[in-house]
Design a protein around this ligand. Structure first.
Ligand SMILES: [Zn+2]
Length: 68
């Protein structure tokens, strides 16, 4: 479902951003320690109140729990 307005303030001024580089979501190993593989995270942000409406990794398959 696509987010079209902020549930907090009702604003429709939504922007998109991305966490990448050192702020990317890193895949944890079986012991719960972060490893080297990771994915950038896309975010939808309300540009009026600053609420983050949506966070989504760009490569979700990297997080599949294949060790379990
Ligand atoms: Zn808002």
């Amino acid at each position: 479902m696509k987010v079209e307005k902020c549930p907090e303030c009702g604003s429709k001024n939504l922007g998109r951003g991305e966490f990448s580089g050192y702020a990317c979501m890193t895949v944890c190993n079986a012991a719960g320690k972060p490893g080297f593989r990771g994915s950038a995270v896309q975010a939808v942000v309300c540009s009026d109140c600053g609420l983050i409406l949506e966070l989504r990794v760009k490569q979700p398959h990297k997080f599949a729990p294949k060790d379990r």
